[in-house]
Design a protein around this ligand. Structure first.
Ligand code: 5AD
Ligand code: FES
Length: 347
C-alpha cells in the first residue's frame, strides 16, 4: 500500500482506513521515508518560515473546541490596530520573514474596507512579501476584494470533512457545506488555499480521518494545516483527551504522499503536545513553520487551547529558536516567500 501511495498519490477509502489501522501502533519507517523523499523531490530539505500575526481574538462563532469561542467570557479580548499590525510586519521583515500570516477570530470589526486598506498598506511597504489571511468564512465578494488588494494566500481549515462529525463540533449556524463552498470560492478567486483538520478531536473515528484525506485529495489545496486537538479549559471539551502525536505525524506523512507539492506546517499544536513534535512533523514530510510575531503582551490571550508554547516573554524571538532546531534536525531554514511550487506569482 505504501508503494501504491508513493507511485500514484492516491488510495481509496478502504485502503486509507487499512493504512491508518496498520500504522496506529507505531508508524512504519518506510512510510515516513517515502513521505520524506517525496518532499525532497519538490522542496529539498527546505523549511519555509511564515510570521504569524494574531491580530484579533474576538470571534462571532462558538466552535465547541475553541478557546476564543464567543461564549467564553473568561477570554481576555483584544484587537490590534493598523499601526500595531504594521509594527509587527516591520519587526518581522527585519527578522527576515517574507510571508505574513494575518490570523483572527471571525471579527466583524474588521470590515472589508479596513482589511483592504491594511492589505494595501502592507503590500505597498513590502512588495516582496506574501500576505496570507486566516480569518474565517466570508462572502465571495469579500474574498475577492482581499485578493484584489494583494492578499496571496488564505488558510481555512475544513476541521472535519464528515457532516455529522462537523455538527458535533460546531453549533447549528455553521455547516460543512458552507465551509467547503468557501474553500472552493477561495480557489476560484486565485488564492493559494490552505485547508486542514484537527487530529483526535472529540468523536473522531478512523473513517472520519479517511474522509478528511479524501476531501483533501479532491480539493487539492496548496497548503494543509494538521495539528492535534488540545482541550481548552473554558470549553465543553475541557475534559476530553488531546489528539495523539503518532496519529498526527501519520496524517502529515499520508497527506505529503497524497499531495506531493503541498506546503505542510509543523504546527504549534504539535509542538505543544510533544517537545519535539515539530521536528517529528518535519521528518514526516512537513516543510513550513509559523513562528509567532504577535506582540508579547497579547500572545497569551490568543488561546485556542491550553498550554500553548511560545506565549511567554522567553519566546520573544521564536525565529532564532526554531531556526536552530530546524538545522539540528537536519533541515535547511528558508526565508524566501516560499510559494507553492509551479505557481505563477504576480507582483
Ligand atoms: N486544539 C487544537 N487546535 C485548535 N484549533 C482551534 N481550537 C483548537 C484546539 N482546541 C485550530 C482549528 C482552527 C485553527 C486556527 O486552530 O483547527 O482552524
Ligand atoms: Fe517559540 Fe522555541 S519556537 S520559543
Amino acid at each position: 500500500m505504501i508503494d501504491k501511495l508513493y507511485n500514484t498519490h492516491s488510495l481509496d477509502k478502504d485502503e486509507l482506513i487499512a493504512l491508518i489501522r496498520e500504522n496506529i501502533n507505531g508508524i512504519d519507517n518506510r512510510l515516513l521515508e517515502a513521505a520524506s523523499s517525496i518532499r525532497e523531490v519538490y522542496y529539498d530539505k527546505k523549511v519555509f518560515f511564515r510570521g504569524l500575526i494574531e491580530f484579533s481574538n474576538y470571534c462571532k462563532n462558538d466552535c465547541y473546541y475553541c478557546g476564543i469561542r464567543r461564549s467564553n467570557s473568561n477570554a481576555q479580548r483584544y484587537r490590534l490596530k493598523k499601526g500595531d499590525i504594521l509594527d509587527c510586519c516591520a519587526s518581522g521583515y527585519e527578522l527576515g520573514f517574507r510571508t505574513f500570516v494575518l490570523q483572527s477570530g471571525e471579527d466583524l470589526y474588521y470590515t472589508d474596507n479596513i482589511m483592504v486598506d491594511l492589505i494595501d498598506s502592507i503590500k505597498s511597504k513590502y512588495p516582496d512579501c506574501a500576505i496570507t489571511l486566516s480569518m474565517g468564512e466570508k462572502s465571495y465578494s469579500s474574498y475577492k476584494k482581499y485578493f484584489q488588494a494583494g492578499a496571496d494566500r488564505y488558510l481555512l481549515r475544513h476541521e472535519t470533512a464528515t457532516e455529522d462529525h462537523y455538527r458535533r463540533l460546531h453549533p447549528d449556524n455553521m455547516s460543512l457545506s458552507n465551509r467547503k463552498k468557501s474553500l472552493y470560492n477561495l480557489k476560484e478567486i486565485g488564492f493559494q488555499v490552505g485547508a486542514g483538520f484537527m487530529v483526535g478531536s472529540p468523536y473522531q473515528t478512523i473513517e472520519n480521518l479517511a474522509n478528511d484525506l479524501l476531501f483533501l485529495k479532491e480539493l487539492e489545496p496548496h497548503m494543509v494545516g494538521i495539528g492535534p486537538f488540545i482541550p481548552h479549559s473554558d470549553t465543553i471539551f475541557a475534559d476530553e483527551n488531546a489528539g495523539a502525536l503518532d496519529m498526527t505525524v501519520l496524517m502529515i506523512a499520508i497527506v505529503r504522499l497524497l499531495l506531493p507539492k503541498a506546503l505542510l506546517p509543523a504546527t504549534t499544536a504539535l509542538g505543544t503536545i510533544d517537545s519535539l513534535g515539530r521536528e517529528k512533523g518535519l521528518k514526516a514530510g512537513a516543510n513550513v513553520v509559523m513562528p509567532n510575531l504577535s506582540p508579547i503582551s497579547v500572545r497569551k490571550d490568543y488561546s485556542l487551547y491550553d498550554n500553548k508554547i511560545c506565549t511567554g516573554d522567553e519566546a520573544a524571538e521564536c525565529r532564532y529558536c526554531i531556526e536552530e532546531r530546524i538545522k539540528a534536525a537536519g533541515f535547511q531554514p528558508d526565508f524566501s516567500r516560499g510559494d507553492y511550487i509551479g505557481m505563477n506569482i504576480q507582483s
